[in-house]
Design a binder for this molecule. Structure first.
Ligand SMILES: [Zn+2]
Length: 59
């Protein structure tokens, strides 16, 4: 058996909704998050999944 990645369980792997949104990884909590309408203008600069994570990031 080949080992692949760490032990994340892939539940509900996305066949949901139409189209695919771009996804990034949060620089604070490390979780993936998808594009949102509110980030339309600033998506390139978005680094955090939420305001909460953004505030916690020491910078
Ligand atoms: Zn986050």
């Amino acid at each position: 058996m080949a080992r692949r990645g760490s032990g994340h369980t892939a539940k509900s792997a996305g066949k949901r909704g139409k189209g695919h949104l771009p996804v990034k990884t949060c620089a604070q909590c490390g979780r993936p998050f998808a594009w949102r309408k509110k980030w339309k203008a600033v998506w390139d600069e978005v680094r955090f999944c939420s305001e909460r994570c953004r505030r916690r990031f020491p910078d």
